[in-house]
Design a protein around this ligand. Structure first.
Ligand code: NAD
Length: 260
């Protein structure tokens, strides 16, 4: 379905980003991976995806907190892969604390990585998409882009912000063959969530499995995690011809979290 197309997926060395990158590669899409991690592990991941799916896979170590590195990542993808047809803004971090104790540097870092990075990447990639009259921009927001939870000021602000950014980009490029949509997952069991489960287990003196159950029960009526593969399948749908007129929307994949 995506043979000849090229995608950047930010934060694709782990979790949801890796699920999306894998789904795109399986459809023949060339890839620019991005994210942190062990150099040798990342190279194994890159080479494995390229070999399994017979597509070109590049890697950029760009730090999503640094606008110049984001611009360079987009330019490198255009040079290496010929274009950026699909941009998935996925890299994200979390920090949890009551507002009066929330460290300023954590606020700045979360806004930079979870929100401003998407602005910088879209700004750099959208002119090429408009020239070619085809583009798919997918922003990984969250259920926290639609509703709030306590102690997550920066994360909830950034995710609501990215939903707003999604709508504006959709309007700015409504007639250029470009769509821009947000995916809003509920709980997905990735390293980002594992850390929250372990913190909860420690704080409440619970076994990790019990803390996992409590985490789901608190927010998500369907007591099971979505998987990175399921998020990948939804992203793939948003890249398909069937989704050509879906733009400026949010797609909850959250086990009923935001139905309440
Ligand atoms: P994860 O921790 O498994 O992966 C995060 C990825 O982002 C990693 O590849 C990491 O290296 C990368 N990253 C972090 N900081 C970076 C930086 N400064 N520059 C470049 N890359 C950076 O987390 P995940 O759960 O897969 O999260 C991916 C996205 O999905 C995030 O935006 C997160 O907010 C969102 N999300 C996750 C869940 C969930 O339940 N896991 C739910 C809703 C939304």
């Amino acid at each position: 379905m995506l043979k000849g197309k090229a995608a950047i997926v930010t934060g694709s060395t782990s979790g949801i980003g890796l699920g999306i990158a894998t789904a795109l590669a399986a459809e023949g899409c060339k890839l620019m991976l991005n994210g942190f991690g062990d150099k040798a592990e990342i190279e194994k991941l890159r080479a494995g995806l390229a070999e399994r799916h017979g597509v070109e896979v590049a890697y950029s170590p760009a730090d999503m907190a640094k606008p110049a590195e984001i611009r360079e990542m987009v330019a490198a993808a255009e040079r290496r892969l010929g274009a950026v047809d699909i941009l998935v803004n996925n890299a994200g971090i979390q920090f949890v604390a009551p507002i009066e104790e929330f460290p300023e540097e954590k606020w700045d870092q979360i806004i930079a990585i979870n929100l401003s990075a998407a602005f910088h990447a879209i700004k750099a990639a959208v002119p090429g998409m408009a020239r070619r009259r085809w583009g798919r921009i997918i922003n990984i927001a969250s259920a926290h882009g639609l509703v709030a939870s306590e102690r997550k000021a920066a994360y909830v602000a950034a995710k609501h912000g990215i939903v707003g950014l999604t709508k504006v980009v959709a309007l700015d490029h409504a007639n250029d063959g470009i769509t821009c949509n947000a995916i809003c997952p509920g709980w997905v069991l990735t390293p980002l969530v594992q850390k929250q489960i372990e913190a909860r287990a420690k704080a409440e003196g619970l076994a990790v499995d019990k803390a996992k159950e409590e985490l789901l029960k608190e927010k998500q009526p369907m007591l099971q995690f979505s998987t990175p593969e399921q998020i990948g399948a939804l992203a793939l749908f948003l890249c398909s011809d069937a989704a050509a007129t879906i733009t400026g929307t949010t797609h909850a994949i959250d086990g009923g979290w935001t139905a309440q």
